[in-house]
Design a protein around this ligand. Structure first.
Ligand SMILES: Nc1nc2c(c(=O)[nH]1)N[C@H]1C(S)=C(S)[C@@H](COP(=O)(O)O)O[C@H]1N2
Ligand SMILES: [Mo]
Length: 188
């Protein structure tokens, strides 16, 4: 039997290949949740409301049994869409990028007919699920920059004027910024 002699070069090569196979971001699972979909959620991926851990939900009286969470990476894994939107009171048109609200709802297994999009300051406009079309973006970026906390981040619900019947399209009312929570409910 001939025995293969493998020298230090081979060992170095094996190490380099192994390093390439390691995940780029070993702490991906350490990323914080940026969005939680609660309520009529078919495929929950976290336990029910906990009064201690879910402090901000508690402040708004938003308790839940079923919920599905997204990290930024989870949201970026959905198909990203871009739109340039302007409202009369804005200083300029803005180009935003992120997943569609309807794709986020689908990923969460959201079943309800109403969709409430709640921000950290408590602002919580409600939409009919049937009004949520492909012009509703859950923006992660504006002009190519991630939306910051303290600004309109981490998530900004953006849709252009005239997106659904009855929208008051003279203002950007309903374009919830600093979103952390989406609640889907059956019925009104
Ligand atoms: N988080 C959050 N988003 C919000 C609001 C708000 O108070 N909080 N106001 C809404 C309304 S009514 C309008 S007209 C626009 C612009 O309000 P702003 O000037 O307070 O941003 O943002 C919308 N999105
Ligand atoms: Mo407003």
């Amino acid at each position: 039997m001939t025995r293969l002699k493998r020298g230090p070069f081979f060992a170095a090569l094996v190490l380099m290949l192994a390093a390439l196979l390691l995940p780029v971001s070993p702490a991906a699972s350490q990323e914080p949740v940026v969005l939680t979909v609660t309520g009529a959620v078919e495929t929950p991926n976290r336990p029910p409301f906990d009064a201690f851990e879910d402090a901000l939900f508690g402040i708004y009286g938003e308790t839940f049994e079923e919920a599905y969470t997204f990290t930024r990476t989870d949201l970026l894994a959905l198909t990203q869409h871009e739109a340039t939107v302007e409202y009369p009171e804005w200083p300029r048109p803005v180009t935003v990028r992120g997943p569609l609200l309807q794709d986020v709802l689908q990923q969460a297994g959201a079943e309800g007919d109403t969709v409430m999009v709640q921000a950290v300051d408590g602002y919580s406009p409600e939409f009919l699920r049937s009004d949520v079309n492909e012009s509703f973006l859950l923006a992660l970026e504006m002009e190519g920059e991630p939306l910051p906390h303290g600004g309109r981040g981490p998530l900004w619900l953006v849709f252009p004027p005239g997106s659904y019947d009855g929208q008051d399209d003279t203002t950007d009312a309903g374009l919830s910024w600093a979103v952390f929570h989406i609640k889907v409910s059956a019925g009104e």
